[in-house]
Design a protein around this ligand. Structure first.
Ligand SMILES: C[S@@+](CC[C@H](N)C(=O)[O-])C[C@H]1O[C@@H](n2cnc3c(N)ncnc32)[C@H](O)[C@@H]1O
Length: 368
């Protein structure tokens, strides 16, 4: 059992509005279970100083990474999800405002031209191997698929990588709205009566909002960080048990791992993952996510008395094997976090409990 300290209610940030938690580039992409940036910022400011190293090995959309560079700390982040990696990189890449706006005007002009005048010619070259994936037919009506396919092909023609990635995130962000995914559902559910959103209008509107946010990012980051962004931000699309960092270098970890019997991250991000070509087989892709119910691992012994008790209470079934896997995977990630932390450095892990068939699953306490 862990020693508990008194709950500090101010850490819930109940007073913060959506606007507060979406400032600068934080909500370029609607990422499930995204951190409240104010929490990351508070911990970073309380426990580190300028130039210190902060890590998040389950970085998701990169909230900790962004708050670290805003506060002039060096950030190290990993996530197993290619989309998370792309979003975290774009959110922490300030693009010179004028350059981005000029590129946007060129793109807007071209897209209007292509959509309304050169549509037929462009369509012939625009179906990439990804837009032909059968699941894209499942999630998108033919007209939406055609328009998205044209849009993606044009974005992929942008030569500057930072600008191309910026618009790929904007493209990813509009996919749910432009699909028949049941609005606001966290389970992949189709809504065959869903009204189509106009692909071009939605994309241009969303990109304009992101451009404004890029402006605020440029204003908030120090010139030192902007000039040396690659030194201040080390990101990798890899497993949380393989952080690109030497032993005992990190001053603080602020992270929020997946919970078991909760989100299936692969399922939730499948629309952009299919379109951007990161995903071909969902059943295989799910297995690399810790906490996924699709992850199969040989039965592993658990050290923790509480974890063994939870697994026993769940009975002999698939769910108990899933929870066993989870605790054992998570213990390995804790060992990795311990490896990179300086002696006596702090580590903040944001995690909640879940429940299955009336059995309480203490996600945090069960790991030890
Ligand atoms: C709760 S989310 C993190 C959200 C993040 N704090 C944010 O603000 O966006 C948990 C993350 O763990 C990632 N994840 C799951 N299994 C992983 C693994 N084996 N290695 C690294 N990341 C993994 C998921 O892709 C997801 O992004």
């Amino acid at each position: 059992m862990l020693n508990c300290i008194e709950i500090d209610k101010s850490c819930s940030f109940t007073e913060s509005s959506v606007k507060d938690t979406s400032y600068i580039s934080h909500n370029y992409y609607t990422y499930p279970a995204r951190f409240i940036p104010q929490l990351a910022s508070r911990l970073i400011n309380a426990y580190t100083k300028n130039g210190d190293i902060v890590a998040d090995n389950f970085m998701g959309s990169g909230t900790t990474i962004l708050e670290s560079i805003v506060n002039q700390r060096v950030a190290i982040g990993t996530d197993i999800n290619e989309l998370a990696f792309l979003v975290a990189k774009v959110k922490t890449t300030p693009i010179p405002s004028v350059k981005l706006f000029q590129e946007f005007l060129i793109l807007e002009n071209d897209l209007k031209n292509i959509f309304f005048e050169k549509r037929e010619i462009y369509l012939q070259k625009s179906f990439s191997k990804y837009s032909l994936h059968e699941k894209i037919n499942y999630w998108f009506k033919p007209e939406q698929k055609e328009n998205l396919s044209i849009l993606l092909s044009r974005i992929l023609e942008i030569e500057n990588l930072e600008i191309k990635n910026f618009f790929l995130v904007s493209f990813s962000q509009i996919l749910k709205t432009c699909s028949i995914w049941l609005q606001k559902s966290i389970k992949p559910t189709r809504d065959l009566n869903k009204k189509n959103s106009d692909v071009l209008v939605t994309f241009l509107q969303n990109s304009k909002k992101m451009i404004q946010k890029n402006d605020s990012l440029n204003k908030i980051l120090s010139s030192e960080v902007i000039k040396n962004i690659e030194k201040y931000r080390i990101l990798a699309c890899q497993d949380a048990r393989n952080i690109p960092c030497e032993n005992e270098k990190v001053n603080l970890i602020v992270t929020s791992p997946p919970y078991v019997t909760s989100y299936e991250y692969a399922d939730l991000h499948q629309l952009p993952l299919y379109w951007l070509g990161y995903l071909t087989e969902l059943s295989q892709y799910r297995k690399k996510f810790i906490g996924s119910s699709y992850k199969v691992r040989e039965d592993v012994p658990l050290k923790s008395v509480l974890a063994n008790e939870i697994v026993k209470n769940l009975g002999e079934n698939k769910k108990s094997r899933e929870v066993r896997n989870y605790f054992s995977d998570m213990l390995e990630t804790f060992v990795e976090m311990h490896r990179i932390l300086k002696p006596k450095a702090k580590c903040c892990i944001v995690i909640g409990d879940t429940e299955f068939n009336g059995v309480k699953i203490s996600n945090a306490e069960g790991v030890y």
